[in-house]
Design a protein around this ligand. Structure first.
Ligand SMILES: *Cc1c(COP(=O)(O)O)cnc(C)c1O
Length: 339
Protein backbone atom coordinates (compact mmCIF):
# COMPACT_ATOMS: atom_id res chain seq x y z
CA UNK A 1 0.00 0.00 0.00
CA UNK A 2 1.16 3.54 -0.66
CA UNK A 3 4.44 4.27 -2.37
CA UNK A 4 6.84 1.33 -2.31
CA UNK A 5 10.43 2.09 -3.22
CA UNK A 6 12.73 -0.72 -4.27
CA UNK A 7 16.15 0.38 -3.02
CA UNK A 8 17.85 -2.71 -4.43
CA UNK A 9 16.57 -1.73 -7.88
CA UNK A 10 18.09 1.76 -7.45
CA UNK A 11 21.49 0.36 -6.51
CA UNK A 12 21.27 -2.21 -9.34
CA UNK A 13 20.56 0.62 -11.79
CA UNK A 14 23.54 2.57 -10.40
CA UNK A 15 25.83 -0.46 -10.89
CA UNK A 16 24.49 -1.00 -14.41
CA UNK A 17 25.11 2.63 -15.37
CA UNK A 18 28.56 2.60 -13.74
CA UNK A 19 29.37 -0.49 -15.85
CA UNK A 20 28.42 1.45 -19.00
CA UNK A 21 31.14 3.99 -18.18
CA UNK A 22 33.94 1.77 -16.86
CA UNK A 23 36.61 4.46 -17.25
CA UNK A 24 34.77 7.01 -15.09
CA UNK A 25 33.76 7.41 -11.48
CA UNK A 26 29.98 7.12 -11.19
CA UNK A 27 28.24 9.76 -9.10
CA UNK A 28 24.56 9.81 -8.07
CA UNK A 29 22.23 12.76 -8.63
CA UNK A 30 19.86 12.92 -5.63
CA UNK A 31 18.34 16.39 -6.13
CA UNK A 32 14.62 16.92 -5.48
CA UNK A 33 14.73 14.32 -2.67
CA UNK A 34 16.24 11.71 -5.00
CA UNK A 35 13.61 12.44 -7.66
CA UNK A 36 10.89 11.93 -5.05
CA UNK A 37 12.14 8.57 -3.75
CA UNK A 38 13.69 9.93 -0.52
CA UNK A 39 17.32 11.08 -0.53
CA UNK A 40 17.87 10.13 3.12
CA UNK A 41 17.19 6.48 2.19
CA UNK A 42 18.51 6.36 -1.35
CA UNK A 43 21.85 8.15 -0.87
CA UNK A 44 23.17 5.94 1.98
CA UNK A 45 22.23 2.82 -0.03
CA UNK A 46 24.14 4.19 -3.03
CA UNK A 47 27.08 4.98 -0.75
CA UNK A 48 27.04 1.35 0.43
CA UNK A 49 27.03 0.30 -3.24
CA UNK A 50 30.18 2.37 -3.80
CA UNK A 51 29.04 5.89 -4.77
CA UNK A 52 31.12 8.68 -3.22
CA UNK A 53 29.98 11.66 -5.31
CA UNK A 54 26.47 13.05 -4.89
CA UNK A 55 24.72 15.97 -6.56
CA UNK A 56 21.90 18.12 -5.21
CA UNK A 57 20.40 21.27 -6.70
CA UNK A 58 20.34 23.47 -3.59
CA UNK A 59 22.58 23.97 -0.57
CA UNK A 60 19.56 23.35 1.69
CA UNK A 61 19.20 19.89 0.14
CA UNK A 62 22.88 19.26 0.77
CA UNK A 63 22.64 20.35 4.41
CA UNK A 64 19.67 18.01 4.93
CA UNK A 65 21.55 15.12 3.32
CA UNK A 66 24.95 15.70 5.01
CA UNK A 67 24.14 13.84 8.30
CA UNK A 68 23.00 10.77 6.34
CA UNK A 69 26.34 10.23 4.58
CA UNK A 70 29.84 9.46 5.90
CA UNK A 71 32.43 12.22 5.76
CA UNK A 72 34.21 10.92 2.66
CA UNK A 73 31.03 11.33 0.57
CA UNK A 74 31.20 14.53 -1.48
CA UNK A 75 27.93 16.43 -1.81
CA UNK A 76 28.07 18.80 -4.78
CA UNK A 77 25.62 21.70 -5.02
CA UNK A 78 24.63 22.48 -8.62
CA UNK A 79 23.33 25.98 -7.90
CA UNK A 80 26.80 26.90 -6.66
CA UNK A 81 27.51 29.57 -4.08
CA UNK A 82 24.48 31.81 -3.64
CA UNK A 83 24.72 34.89 -1.38
CA UNK A 84 24.36 34.13 2.33
CA UNK A 85 24.40 30.36 1.85
CA UNK A 86 25.94 28.02 4.45
CA UNK A 87 28.05 25.54 2.47
CA UNK A 88 29.71 23.78 5.41
CA UNK A 89 30.56 20.23 4.37
CA UNK A 90 29.37 20.82 0.80
CA UNK A 91 31.05 21.43 -2.55
CA UNK A 92 29.54 24.29 -4.57
CA UNK A 93 29.67 23.95 -8.35
CA UNK A 94 30.54 27.54 -9.25
CA UNK A 95 28.61 28.78 -12.26
CA UNK A 96 29.92 32.30 -12.86
CA UNK A 97 32.96 34.46 -12.13
CA UNK A 98 30.80 36.24 -9.55
CA UNK A 99 30.18 32.94 -7.73
CA UNK A 100 33.86 32.04 -8.04
CA UNK A 101 35.11 35.28 -6.44
CA UNK A 102 32.42 35.14 -3.73
CA UNK A 103 33.37 31.56 -2.91
CA UNK A 104 37.11 32.14 -2.84
CA UNK A 105 36.69 35.21 -0.62
CA UNK A 106 34.42 33.43 1.87
CA UNK A 107 35.69 29.82 1.69
CA UNK A 108 39.41 30.05 0.87
CA UNK A 109 40.99 26.59 0.71
CA UNK A 110 37.62 24.83 0.81
CA UNK A 111 36.62 22.43 -2.01
CA UNK A 112 34.75 23.73 -5.03
CA UNK A 113 33.99 22.71 -8.61
CA UNK A 114 33.39 24.64 -11.82
CA UNK A 115 30.53 24.44 -14.31
CA UNK A 116 31.09 25.58 -17.89
CA UNK A 117 28.36 26.36 -20.41
CA UNK A 118 29.02 24.26 -23.51
CA UNK A 119 25.92 25.55 -25.29
CA UNK A 120 22.79 24.90 -23.23
CA UNK A 121 22.65 28.49 -21.95
CA UNK A 122 21.27 27.53 -18.58
CA UNK A 123 24.10 27.37 -16.03
CA UNK A 124 27.85 27.70 -16.14
CA UNK A 125 30.56 30.05 -17.34
CA UNK A 126 30.72 30.93 -21.00
CA UNK A 127 34.02 30.68 -22.84
CA UNK A 128 35.17 34.33 -22.37
CA UNK A 129 34.24 34.34 -18.66
CA UNK A 130 36.11 31.09 -18.16
CA UNK A 131 39.12 32.37 -20.07
CA UNK A 132 39.27 35.39 -17.78
CA UNK A 133 39.39 33.45 -14.49
CA UNK A 134 40.76 30.13 -15.67
CA UNK A 135 44.34 30.55 -14.45
CA UNK A 136 43.22 31.66 -11.00
CA UNK A 137 40.56 28.91 -10.82
CA UNK A 138 42.99 26.16 -11.83
CA UNK A 139 45.56 27.44 -9.32
CA UNK A 140 42.92 27.13 -6.60
CA UNK A 141 42.50 23.43 -7.45
CA UNK A 142 38.90 22.63 -8.41
CA UNK A 143 37.57 19.16 -7.51
CA UNK A 144 36.32 18.82 -11.10
CA UNK A 145 35.10 20.81 -14.10
CA UNK A 146 31.70 19.92 -15.54
CA UNK A 147 29.16 20.86 -18.19
CA UNK A 148 25.70 19.55 -19.08
CA UNK A 149 24.16 18.25 -22.30
CA UNK A 150 20.83 19.63 -23.51
CA UNK A 151 19.84 16.83 -25.93
CA UNK A 152 21.52 13.66 -24.66
CA UNK A 153 18.23 11.75 -24.78
CA UNK A 154 18.33 12.15 -28.59
CA UNK A 155 21.51 10.30 -29.66
CA UNK A 156 21.46 11.69 -33.20
CA UNK A 157 20.99 15.32 -32.19
CA UNK A 158 23.78 17.52 -33.59
CA UNK A 159 23.93 19.47 -30.31
CA UNK A 160 25.64 16.45 -28.70
CA UNK A 161 28.86 16.49 -30.73
CA UNK A 162 28.77 20.30 -30.77
CA UNK A 163 28.64 20.48 -26.96
CA UNK A 164 31.29 17.77 -26.71
CA UNK A 165 33.62 19.79 -28.95
CA UNK A 166 32.94 23.00 -27.00
CA UNK A 167 33.62 21.25 -23.68
CA UNK A 168 36.87 19.74 -25.00
CA UNK A 169 37.90 23.13 -26.27
CA UNK A 170 37.21 24.92 -22.99
CA UNK A 171 38.99 22.27 -20.91
CA UNK A 172 42.07 21.91 -23.07
CA UNK A 173 45.17 22.15 -20.93
CA UNK A 174 43.30 21.40 -17.68
CA UNK A 175 45.33 18.22 -17.17
CA UNK A 176 44.95 16.66 -13.79
CA UNK A 177 41.51 18.12 -13.13
CA UNK A 178 38.69 15.52 -13.44
CA UNK A 179 36.14 16.37 -16.12
CA UNK A 180 32.41 15.56 -16.17
CA UNK A 181 29.85 15.94 -18.97
CA UNK A 182 27.42 13.01 -18.95
CA UNK A 183 24.16 12.50 -17.08
CA UNK A 184 22.06 9.38 -17.81
CA UNK A 185 21.65 10.20 -21.51
CA UNK A 186 25.31 11.11 -21.93
CA UNK A 187 26.44 7.78 -20.44
CA UNK A 188 24.43 6.01 -23.14
CA UNK A 189 26.01 8.15 -25.89
CA UNK A 190 29.25 6.23 -25.42
CA UNK A 191 32.83 6.58 -24.14
CA UNK A 192 33.57 9.91 -25.88
CA UNK A 193 31.14 11.52 -23.45
CA UNK A 194 32.25 9.82 -20.23
CA UNK A 195 35.43 11.70 -19.21
CA UNK A 196 36.29 11.13 -15.50
CA UNK A 197 32.99 11.46 -13.65
CA UNK A 198 29.45 10.63 -14.81
CA UNK A 199 26.31 12.00 -13.12
CA UNK A 200 23.24 9.79 -13.63
CA UNK A 201 19.91 10.78 -12.11
CA UNK A 202 16.76 9.50 -13.82
CA UNK A 203 18.37 6.21 -14.87
CA UNK A 204 18.93 5.32 -11.20
CA UNK A 205 15.22 5.73 -10.60
CA UNK A 206 14.05 3.60 -13.51
CA UNK A 207 13.29 6.24 -16.14
CA UNK A 208 14.09 6.80 -19.81
CA UNK A 209 16.42 7.21 -21.59
CA UNK A 210 17.86 4.21 -19.65
CA UNK A 211 15.46 1.70 -21.20
CA UNK A 212 17.07 -1.28 -19.42
CA UNK A 213 16.56 0.26 -15.97
CA UNK A 214 14.76 -1.74 -13.34
CA UNK A 215 11.56 0.00 -12.16
CA UNK A 216 12.02 1.37 -8.65
CA UNK A 217 8.55 2.56 -7.62
CA UNK A 218 5.16 0.98 -7.14
CA UNK A 219 2.23 3.20 -6.23
CA UNK A 220 -0.83 1.42 -4.84
CA UNK A 221 -3.91 3.42 -3.87
CA UNK A 222 -6.69 2.23 -1.55
CA UNK A 223 -10.26 1.84 -2.70
CA UNK A 224 -12.38 3.92 -0.31
CA UNK A 225 -15.79 3.12 -1.80
CA UNK A 226 -17.42 1.52 -4.83
CA UNK A 227 -20.83 2.06 -6.37
CA UNK A 228 -22.99 0.94 -9.29
CA UNK A 229 -23.58 3.64 -11.87
CA UNK A 230 -26.47 3.36 -14.32
CA UNK A 231 -26.20 4.16 -18.01
CA UNK A 232 -26.50 7.93 -18.48
CA UNK A 233 -25.26 8.88 -14.99
CA UNK A 234 -22.25 11.12 -14.50
CA UNK A 235 -18.99 10.49 -12.59
CA UNK A 236 -16.96 13.25 -10.95
CA UNK A 237 -16.48 17.01 -11.39
CA UNK A 238 -17.85 18.66 -14.47
CA UNK A 239 -19.76 15.51 -15.42
CA UNK A 240 -16.93 14.89 -17.85
CA UNK A 241 -17.73 11.16 -17.80
CA UNK A 242 -21.23 9.89 -18.56
CA UNK A 243 -21.63 6.12 -18.28
CA UNK A 244 -22.49 4.63 -21.66
CA UNK A 245 -23.49 1.36 -19.96
CA UNK A 246 -24.11 0.21 -16.40
CA UNK A 247 -20.76 0.10 -14.63
CA UNK A 248 -19.03 -0.25 -11.27
CA UNK A 249 -16.95 2.72 -10.15
CA UNK A 250 -14.28 2.58 -7.43
CA UNK A 251 -12.98 5.74 -5.75
CA UNK A 252 -9.31 5.62 -4.65
CA UNK A 253 -7.49 7.73 -2.10
CA UNK A 254 -5.11 10.06 -3.95
CA UNK A 255 -5.41 12.91 -6.42
CA UNK A 256 -3.60 15.87 -7.88
CA UNK A 257 -2.62 17.12 -4.41
CA UNK A 258 -0.53 13.94 -4.24
CA UNK A 259 1.04 14.56 -7.61
CA UNK A 260 -1.28 12.44 -9.76
CA UNK A 261 -1.35 14.91 -12.62
CA UNK A 262 -4.82 16.24 -13.40
CA UNK A 263 -4.03 15.80 -17.08
CA UNK A 264 -4.50 12.04 -16.47
CA UNK A 265 -8.26 12.69 -16.17
CA UNK A 266 -10.05 10.18 -18.39
CA UNK A 267 -6.71 8.65 -19.49
CA UNK A 268 -4.72 5.65 -18.45
CA UNK A 269 -5.74 2.94 -16.11
CA UNK A 270 -5.16 1.58 -12.66
CA UNK A 271 -3.95 -1.98 -12.51
CA UNK A 272 -5.41 -4.83 -10.52
CA UNK A 273 -3.40 -7.95 -9.69
CA UNK A 274 -0.55 -6.65 -11.77
CA UNK A 275 -2.19 -6.66 -15.17
CA UNK A 276 -5.97 -6.12 -15.33
CA UNK A 277 -6.42 -2.54 -16.46
CA UNK A 278 -9.28 -0.51 -14.96
CA UNK A 279 -9.74 2.79 -16.83
CA UNK A 280 -9.53 6.10 -14.99
CA UNK A 281 -12.87 7.79 -15.68
CA UNK A 282 -13.88 11.38 -15.02
CA UNK A 283 -11.58 14.06 -13.62
CA UNK A 284 -8.72 13.47 -11.23
CA UNK A 285 -9.75 15.51 -8.17
CA UNK A 286 -7.56 16.89 -5.39
CA UNK A 287 -7.66 13.78 -3.20
CA UNK A 288 -9.58 11.18 -5.23
CA UNK A 289 -9.60 9.31 -8.53
CA UNK A 290 -12.56 7.39 -9.97
CA UNK A 291 -11.86 4.12 -11.74
CA UNK A 292 -14.09 1.78 -13.77
CA UNK A 293 -13.73 -1.64 -12.10
CA UNK A 294 -16.62 -3.32 -13.95
CA UNK A 295 -14.19 -5.91 -15.33
CA UNK A 296 -13.27 -7.16 -11.84
CA UNK A 297 -15.22 -9.92 -10.13
CA UNK A 298 -14.47 -8.66 -6.63
CA UNK A 299 -13.88 -5.21 -5.24
CA UNK A 300 -10.10 -4.90 -4.73
CA UNK A 301 -8.54 -3.34 -1.63
CA UNK A 302 -5.99 -1.48 -3.72
CA UNK A 303 -5.28 -0.58 -7.34
CA UNK A 304 -1.85 0.30 -8.75
CA UNK A 305 -1.21 3.53 -10.61
CA UNK A 306 2.54 2.94 -11.10
CA UNK A 307 3.74 -0.66 -11.50
CA UNK A 308 5.59 -2.93 -13.91
CA UNK A 309 2.63 -2.83 -16.34
CA UNK A 310 2.26 0.94 -16.19
CA UNK A 311 5.76 2.36 -15.67
CA UNK A 312 6.46 6.04 -15.12
CA UNK A 313 7.22 6.72 -18.78
CA UNK A 314 3.90 5.19 -19.91
CA UNK A 315 2.04 7.45 -17.45
CA UNK A 316 4.16 10.35 -18.64
CA UNK A 317 3.13 9.74 -22.26
CA UNK A 318 -0.53 9.73 -21.25
CA UNK A 319 -0.12 12.93 -19.23
CA UNK A 320 1.92 14.70 -21.91
CA UNK A 321 5.07 14.95 -19.80
CA UNK A 322 8.27 13.04 -18.93
CA UNK A 323 9.05 10.38 -16.33
CA UNK A 324 11.09 12.95 -14.35
CA UNK A 325 7.94 14.97 -13.66
CA UNK A 326 5.83 11.91 -12.78
CA UNK A 327 8.40 10.92 -10.10
CA UNK A 328 9.20 14.34 -8.69
CA UNK A 329 5.49 15.20 -8.47
CA UNK A 330 4.85 12.36 -5.98
CA UNK A 331 4.05 14.14 -2.73
CA UNK A 332 4.69 13.54 0.90
CA UNK A 333 1.12 12.45 1.71
CA UNK A 334 1.73 8.86 0.57
CA UNK A 335 2.78 6.30 3.11
CA UNK A 336 6.28 5.54 1.79
CA UNK A 337 8.05 2.27 2.42
CA UNK A 338 11.52 1.23 1.33
CA UNK A 339 12.69 -2.32 0.71
C1 LIG B 1 19.62 16.75 -13.15
C2 LIG B 1 21.02 16.77 -13.61
C3 LIG B 1 21.72 15.58 -13.84
C4 LIG B 1 21.04 14.24 -13.88
O1 LIG B 1 20.35 14.13 -15.10
P1 LIG B 1 19.51 12.84 -15.51
O2 LIG B 1 19.02 13.16 -16.87
O3 LIG B 1 18.41 12.73 -14.52
O4 LIG B 1 20.43 11.68 -15.47
C5 LIG B 1 23.07 15.67 -14.12
N1 LIG B 1 23.71 16.88 -14.19
C6 LIG B 1 23.04 18.04 -14.01
C7 LIG B 1 23.78 19.32 -14.13
C8 LIG B 1 21.68 18.03 -13.72
O5 LIG B 1 21.03 19.19 -13.57
Amino acid sequence: MGLRIDIAAVTANWRALAARAPGARCAAVVKADAYGLGAARVAPALYAAGARDFFVALAAEGRALRPHLPEDARINVLSGHMPGEDLTGLVPVLNSPEQFFRDRALRPGKPFAIQLDSGMNRLGMEAPEWAAIRAEALAAGPDFIMSHLACADEPEHPANPAQLAAFRDMTQGCEGVPLSLAATGGILLGPDYHFDLVRPGIGLYGGLPFAEARPTVRLSLRVIQTRSVAQGEMVGYGASYIADRPCRIATVDAGYADGVLRSLSGKGAMLYAGDIGCPIVGRVSMDLITVDVTALENVPETLDLICAHQPIDRLADLAGTIGYEILTALRQRYARSWS
